[in-house]
Ligand binder design. Structure first.
Ligand code: NI
Length: 500
């Protein structure tokens, strides 16, 4: 049984016993026709990604986010993958994303009709290294079949000169070098697992600890053998440090979780091909010019008597956000962006533009986990990492928060530390990818409305010029949340659904 099968068996076990005990999630739309899991074909994904005009990208690496469904109580999937100026990378990354989508569809197809828990598949990435020779991404795949998430990791390393993806074995000049490297990693892993066992509570005697060690030692040995599969999460970061992540169940029992090690530099120097080890001496691509604090955007002259509506965009930034910013600038409209922390770290220039062009920035979590499912510690981490990612990219901190899917449990509210924003108009733009329909739904907004939209969908961005014309024709001023709430004091940890 491989680790995937094991994971699903355990997941199914959790799903069987997990009920919605005591949770009070405030759900997003729970009615209407759900997008069928097979409605996103491989051809559509290929067409959508190839349509992105690489010449117009103002950043070398941007985020493409695909969603199937968006209702936390029904099966849903979110997968974010990089779009770069390199076609061979885009092709490989899209193909990897499609494997997750295929796995999701398979799980949906095999799902028992009595299943009480929805499948939640989520994948996002970080850019760990971007040099003139190599780009490295670390992907985190989180799946949930009950009330918790299980994470697995894999890295994608690309040789920019040879234009190809590197598997772990490509990093070594010979099979023997890979084997020698794996041998050292195995010793390191055995020490770490042993240390973990010695710290595990509930094991009081040396005999108990030894017995557990004997049980898991074969796992460590198997899980560290020199195969591409075992080393699929070997990556290097901007500081030229190499890491390996071993997934849950790979080298130890599930309860021991994920193991992540920094690899000693002497091991890299001794075994990894000099071509890649010398990356340690390669300069990275010149970093972006240091981020200046955005010039404090001047408050605008607004008519105090004209009714106001606020446009809010969730789940970005994405490949479509720069064009949305162009539209808003050309129309003289300011909006609020509820961003995903991981995506903000990838599209730093886009984030800087948001701040400089007078938009508000909100926190929409680090990687769009369902806050009704995660622990208090994980919720804190999601909020904090996103505040930091926004400050590092846009030069300002988020001033509002919105829960992914609008889902939460009441114990999460005091952690937020910012006013929590819901919405009063939902055009269901994640479901109906039709610009005319989205524009018509958004244009139904009344005074004080907070309109929900997603800047990860091309159709939503396509709908904006018409939406803005319609709202202006009705006499509305389209404003940021700061401007919508200008007449009243709003408080941290309180939920607001409109500006009244
Ligand atoms: Ni969202």
């Amino acid at each position: 049984m491989n680790k995937y099968q094991l994971r699903f068996i355990i997941g199914a076990f959790v799903a069987l016993f997990a009920t919605n005990c005591g949770l009070n999630p405030n759900k997003s739309d729970g009615s209407g026709v759900e997008i069928a899991a097979d409605s996103l074909s491989a051809n559509q994904i290929k067409a959508l990604t190839e349509e992105v005009n690489l010449d117009e990208l103002d950043e070398d690496i941007q985020v493409f986010t695909l969603k199937i469904g968006n209702d936390p109580d029904k099966n849903h999937l979110t997968v974010s993958f990089p779009i770069t100026k390199y076609a061979f990378i885009n092709e490989a990354e899209r193909t990897k994303a499609e494997t997750l989508i295929a796995e999701f569809k398979k799980e949906v197809a095999e799902q028992s009709p009595q299943a009480s828990s929805a499948l939640d598949f989520n994948q996002h990435f970080e850019v760990t290294c971007h040099s003139s020779e190599l780009i490295s991404f670390l992907h985190t795949r989180s799946t949930s079949l009950g009330n918790n998430y299980d994470d697995t990791f894999y890295a994608s390393l690309y040789d920019l000169q040879a234009e190809r993806r590197l598997s772990a074995s490509d990093l070594f000049d010979s099979v023997e070098q890979f084997a020698a490297f794996a041998e050292s990693i195995s010793e390191l892993a055995q020490r770490e697992v042993r240390k973990h066992i010695d710290k595990t509570s509930g094991l009081d005697t040396p005999e108990e600890r030894n017995a557990l060690w004997e049980e898991v030692r074969t796992n460590v040995i198997e899980g560290t053998r020199p195969t591409d599969d075992n080393y699929d999460a070997l990556f290097v970061n901007e500081a030229k440090e190499w890491y390996i992540i071993f997934d849950k169940y790979q080298i130890a029992s599930g309860a021991m979780g994920t193991f992540r090690f920094a690899i000693p530099t002497d091991l890299i120097a001794r075994h990894i091909s000099p071509k890649w080890a010398k990356l340690v001496e390669q300069p990275t691509i010149a970093p972006e010019p240091p981020i200046s604090t955005p010039s404090q955007t001047q408050p605008r002259e607004l008519n105090p008597n004209a009714p106001r509506v606020a446009l809010t965009f969730d789940d970005g930034p994405s490949v479509y956000t720069p064009r949305l910013l162009d539209i808003l600038r050309d129309e003289g409209v300011r909006a609020t962006f509820f961003v995903i922390g991981k995506s903000a770290s990838v599209q730093k220039k886009t984030m800087m533009r948001m701040a400089q062009e007078g938009h508000n920035i909100g926190n929409h979590s680090y990687d769009h986990k369902n806050f009704a499912k995660i622990s208090l510690d994980e919720a804190r981490r999601q909020i904090l990492l996103t505040n930091e990612a926004v400050a590092a990219s846009a030069g300002i901190k988020p001033t509002y928060f919105r829960f992914p899917y609008g889902a939460y449990t009441n114990d999460k509210l005091p952690l937020v530390g910012l006013p929590i924003i819901s919405w009063s108009v939902d055009p269901l733009d994640w479901k109906h990818r039709d610009a005319t329909r989205i524009a018509s739904e958004m244009s139904k907004a009344s005074s004080g409305a907070i309109i929900l939209a997603h800047d990860i969908h091309k159709s939503t961005v396509d709908a904006m010029p018409q939406t803005i014309r319609n709202l202006k024709a009705k006499g509305y001023q389209i404003v940021t949340l700061d401007e919508l709430f200008a007449h009243k004091t709003i408080k941290a940890n309180q939920i607001y659904t409109n500006g009244k």
